[in-house]
Ligand binder design. Sequence first.
Ligand code: ADP
Ligand code: ADP
Length: 225
Amino acid sequence: STLVSLNQVSKVFANGVAALERFKLDVHSGDFISLLGPSGCGKSTALRLIAGLTGPTSGTVTWPGSSEADHRSEIGFVFQEPTLMPWANVADNVWLPLRLRGVSRQEAKGRIAESLALVGLQDFAKAYPRELSGGMKMRVSIARALSVKPRLLLMDEPFAALDEITRFKLNDDLLKLQGELNCTIVFVTHSVFESAYLSNRIAVLSPRPGRIVTEIAGAFPHERR
Ligand code: ADP
Ligand code: ADP
């Protein structure tokens, strides 16, 4: 079933920059979609439109299943930089999206532990971000996005800043995670390898303004498909 549908979406910023033009994408439940394209082609803008963080200049973003508000509350967002609060420990960083939804630290306890276990960092709840490697910080950032039990996980070049070995490891962990969580993922990357390895669908964007020029299937037939 279709989770979210972007139909002929164009986005022109106040300074006149056209980021997306007649962008069309249907995200189906269970998809792992990569948005693949050169820097500046509007991939992040597309994610932000899906998340409702910004609105389209023209065209529509629709959630056929239920209200947009319902779905927006079930979105997890992972940014390119882990953006952890340095003064808060790992558990409190993971708590943040729940706290913003009015969930107390006590109520969040189970969810925090669960999310950290999903990324293999159950023993690091009390550690501070500065004590962690780049890959571990990214795992915390993923755990933070998972704490709200998202149906849709939006990831904006999450592994771009990491070394290749860490990146490969996280790619495998992410595939396993999606299998366990049964969630839908839209993943922004400019790595052909990464998109082929991870996704069942790869949407290839043109340079700015971004348009989907073609869609191809992922290269590796993982068992989960
Ligand atoms: P990508 O994620 O593919 O690198 P972005 O979606 O970040 O691309 O940006 C697409 C284009 O829109 C770029 O040229 C960028 O400079 C521009 N852009 C992004 N956000 C804004 C903004 N808030 N105001 C003006 N221009 C923007
Ligand atoms: P990552 O690949 O996640 O960035 P590194 O390979 O850079 O982690 O490891 C940095 C240090 O942290 C190493 O000493 C490694 O053993 C330790 N480490 C990384 N992840 C874990 C984990 N889940 N549990 C225990 N130690 C870990």
